[in-house]
Ligand binder design. Structure first.
Ligand code: FES
Ligand code: FE2
Length: 442
């Protein structure tokens, strides 16, 4: 596929445009957000090639467990085979293409396609085909285990977090992730035994906007003083009732969103190669006797100095482009599953650290309910802003979206860039530069 895109938007003046011309250092063209053809190309060149997060190994602890999701457009099933290994398979029968696993998750010794009864092992191997003699001398070997459900060409297990790629070629996981991994690693370092597990199933929400509007927002310190002002004032009043006591998870963070823009300027934003970034901000809201117990167990694992480093840098939002937003200190992860150019599904997962007081897991679940669930009181206001951005960009008359805030003031840190202040749009500029690289790569 070449990089010329003919717009399918019918606003009178159709034009061809090189995809690379849609992104400039400090602005992007509205078609990056609204054009269905650009979205299709993203499914091919970003979600169809890059490392995409699939799931966590604790979702499939027992042999025979499975979990279904998507890698880009491709339905997949992550399995724990009878041999204990994890596989990521195309959730597609090799006969006529039916979804083999229609459920979100479950346990099965073998998979059987409901259409004509072909059966498969947990690694996708073909086990049996009913009346297989019908395939004799046809050029299709119904007895060959290799003719089963296909494994994705590349899979990588990063300390329990499973990523996969739909292509065999491309950067290996470590060179792609680079410094972008530090936020994901931080949540693992916060577990006293280094072991995490998901709490239950995920929440799923759907936004009526392009997926990148959501990702932009994750590094947008400026918006909080406006979008979240009313919610944050209410959170501040509620906090007063908890003076000297353990507070519900997420409440301290929510209360700080009422700050003036110069308060958000203190937020530390660092953008990394390949589109990743992290934002460190907001005082940790660990309180009370359990917090002391927890701290002691982290010191026992890492030593005093390293424990301080792990707990001090409070990763509020961490993006591993394009699928994961991790909130390390709140033990939350949001996973981006784009559905169409103007519909985006989020999976919201909460993690439990093994070996910590149960109140910690309750705090994490509370934070998830409060800030990320379908009935949350924080992101509901964001969703309205995202919807308005997408709706406004449908108008064809004005073509460009500004990313100018604090441009030309970014501070290099190794291969990464730090924003001059937390109000900088450095992470957005960096992300769209990477987006252009992904989209124009041959
Ligand atoms: S489509 Fe699966 S067995 Fe026929
Ligand atoms: Fe927000």
């Amino acid at each position: 596929m070449d990089t010329k895109v003919t717009s399918s938007e019918h606003y009178g003046s159709q034009f061809d445009l090189d995809i690379g011309e849609l992104v400039e250092p400090n602005r992007i063209h509205r078609r990056v957000i609204t054009d269905p053809d650009v979205f299709e190309l993203e499914m091919d060149r970003i979600f169809g090639r890059s490392w995409i997060y699939v799931g966590h190994e604790s979702q499939i602890p027992q042999r025979g467990d499975y979990f279904t999701t998507q890698v880009g457009r491709q339905p997949v099933v992550m399995t724990r085979h009878e041999n204990g290994q994890i596989y990521v398979l195309e959730n597609r029968c090799p006969h006529k293409g039916a979804l083999v696993c229609p459920d979100r998750n479950g346990n099965a010794k073998r998979f059987m396609c409901m259409y004509h009864g072909w059966r498969f092992d947990g690694d996708g191997s073909l086990v049996s085909v009913p009346v297989h003699s019908g395939y004799d001398e046809t050029g299709f070997d119904a007895r060959d285990p290799k003719n089963g459900m296909r494994q994705l060409p590349r899979i990588h297990n990063h300390k329990g977090f499973i990523f996969a790629s739909l292509t065999a070629d491309g950067p290996d996981f470590d060179s792609w992730a680079g410094e972008g991994l530090r936020g994901l690693n931080n949540v693992i370092d916060r577990a006293p035994t280094g072991e995490l597990e998901v709490v239950g199933d995920c929440y799923r929400t759907i936004q009526n906007n392009n997926w990148k509007i959501f990702v932009d927002n994750m590094s947008d310190g400026m918006h909080t003083s406006f979008v979240h002002h009313q919610m944050a004032r209410a959170a501040q009043h509620t906090l007063e009732k908890f003076k000297g006591q353990a507070r519900p998870g997420g409440l301290d963070v929510a209360a700080q969103l009422a700050g003036e823009p110069d308060q958000m300027a203190k937020v530390d934003l660092v953008a990394h190669p390949h589109g990743h970034f992290d934002m460190a901000a907001f005082a940790p809201d660990l309180q009370g006797a359990d917090a002391e117990l927890y701290r002691t167990s982290i010191v026992a694992r890492h030593g005093e100095e390293r424990a301080n480093a792990v707990l001090e840098r409070n990763f509020h939002n961490v993006l591993m482009f394009p699928t994961i937003i991790m909130q390390a200190s709140l033990q939350q992860m949001r996973v981006i599953r784009p559905l169409s150019v103007d519909k985006t599904m989020l999976e919201i997962w909460v993690f439990r650290f093994k070996g910590v007081p149960e109140s910690f897991s309750r705090r994490a679940v509370m934070a998830g309910n409060f800030a990320n669930s379908p009935s949350n009181v924080v992101a509901a206001d964001d969703f309205e802003a995202y919807f308005r951005v997408h709706a406004g960009l449908k108008g064809p008359q004005s073509e460009w979206i500004s990313l100018h805030r604090e441009a030309n003031r970014d501070l290099p840190v190794g291969a990464s860039l730090r924003g001059l202040t937390g109000n900088s749009e450095v992470c957005m500029r960096n992300m769209y530069k990477a987006w252009r690289d992904y989209m124009t790569a041959k």
